[in-house]
Each structure stands twice: as structure tokens, then as C-alpha cells.
Design a protein around this ligand. Sequence first.
Ligand code: UDP
Ligand code: MG
Length: 325
Amino acid sequence: MELFRPCDPIDLSVVIPVYNESANVGPLLARLLPVLERITPAFEVVFVNDGSHDATAAVIAEHNAREPRIGAVCFSRNFGKEVAIAAGLDHARGRAVVLMDADLQHPPELIETFVARWREGNVMVYAQRLDRSGESALRRSFAQLFYRLFAQFGEMPLPEGAGDFRLIDRKGVEVLRALPERARFSKGLYSWIGFRSVGVPYAVEARHQGETKWSFRKLFRFAFDGITSFSTVPLRVWTYLGGTIATLALLAALYFVGEYLFRGPNVPGYASLIVSVMFFSGVQLMSLGIIGEYIGRIFAEVKRRPLYVVAERIGPAAAGQSGGV
Ligand code: UDP
Ligand code: MG
């Protein structure tokens, strides 16, 4: 640890969010370090320990004792991957920052291609996965639906198959760090900041150890966050739908009045009454829910809570600047 001088200029930082990945840290570093060594000796690896319950922190500390360029920022609890990435960007000091997962699904060797593209003048170099064949059909079709919706209604399209595995130049990192929003949907933010970007195709590998940390519920939440962060269409759509339904209801009312006048009272119709009452209550509840989503978001923003709380630091990451507490 004492070998490390915080004033060393760092060429490349690799930020890796980890949540209960003690079995993956070793194998990952074994593959990652030789790659980084080939690129530049002035690198750092910043793990963001997202409140792991297992030995992840201890394993990182062990590696840090042998290789001081490896360090970690440890959260006080699980804040989620998006926040972990934000913290990683806050603490990384490199002229370029690579974001990658700990489970070896992101092949470290690709970083060499990233760096080559970065040297060509790209601010953002993202890995683009060629096929999602390793995922379940259900998950794949939901992902596809999400990208379509986002392209249609979001403020800007997302490159398809691009995830968090990417290299960002310092320029881009500073812009991302300056974005104040608490509900982080980084895929959207990466596109939003603009700059010259390029995709590098790759094949996703199987998870080395353990299970994915994303439940279907978490993914749905994530997609919903994405849409609501980058689009107000979910809010506006209810105005149109409400208007259309109200017009139809008015026409129906006219029809019923006419029917009453010309044919006399007609008792049957109980079923349609119930159906329409239920339908309209449903629509109202849904639109209230959508408005609630946005108000909840405003609430989260106005509270101005820090994005994350750091409990402990291991190695060089201690020298980093903090956007949290
Ligand atoms: N991760 C995290 N916090 C979480 C969930 C995941 O830091 O709450 C990390 C995890 O340790 C891994 C990366 O994010 O390094 C990607 O997670 P995972 O492999 O579970 O996601 P998937 O590859 O299935 O999208
Ligand atoms: Mg994974």
C-alpha cells in the first residue's frame, strides 16, 4: 500500500462493481492484470464493493497487499450497480476509465481494443454484444421491447446491445460526474452526454461463478426507470387516452339518451355498466400511478441525499475524490 503515491498520473482506471463476488475477484484479476500490464504500467483497478455479505472485501484487501494498484471503495450497504458505477467514476483517477463486471462475462482482453479506439480520438468506446443467446427467450424479448420503446419515446436512441462494459475518456467522465440526478440510468446518460463514440462487437461469456444478481423484478424496475428518466411520454399518453375515452363515453351517453327517448327505458345493461366502471377506475389508477412515479422521482431529487455512503476504502481508492459521503 505504501508503494502507491497518490500523485502518480494514472493512464487507465478499471472500475468494477462487486456484490458478493468473492469467488470471481481472483480469476478476474488473473486475466485482467496481464492485459493492463501490456497497455500501461500506470493503471489502477477500483473495485466498488456494493455492500457484499461475503468475503469480497477481504479478498480485495489480500490482492491489494500484493498489488497496490488494486483498491476498493466499500459501501455501507447495497446501493445497486448503477450507484456503484457512479461511485467508481467519482473515485477513478485515470485519463480513461473502463467499466466492467466482475463475473468475467466481459472479456478483459477487449480492453486493448478499447484503448486503441480511444487513442483514435473516441471519448466513449462501448462493447456491443452480438447475440443474447445465453439469455432466456423471455428476457431477450423484454430487452428487445425495451430498446424499441426507448427508441420510440426516449430523448435519444440507445445503441443496441451496448451495456456498461465500456471505456470513457476523462472528458466524458467529468460530464457524467456532473450530472446530478439520483435515479441513475447510465445507459441513457452515456448516450445523453454525446461525444464521439464507437462500438466494439464482442461475445458475452458465461458467468464464471454464482448467479446473476438481477431478478426479473429488478430488471423491470430498471427498464421502467430508464423510460421515465428519459421520456415524459408515459405522462402525456394519459391525456390522449383520457380524451379519447371521454369522447367515446359522451357519444355513448348521447346514444343512450336517444334510445331512452325513442324506445323507452331499457333495464338490461347492468353488465356493460360494471365493465365500464371497472375500466375507467383502472385507467384512472394507472394514470395516477404514472404521475406518482414522476412525483416520487421529484421527491427523490429534492431530498438531495448523497448517492451512496462509503464505509471503508482499500488502497489507492482512498485517494479519490468523493461524490458521496
Ligand atoms: N452488482 C452490484 N450491485 C448489485 C448487483 C450487481 O455491484 O446490486 C455487480 C455484480 O457484482 C457484477 C455486475 O454488477 O459485477 C453485474 O451483475 P450481474 O452479473 O449479476 O448482472 P448481469 O450480468 O446478469 O446483467
Ligand atoms: Mg453478469
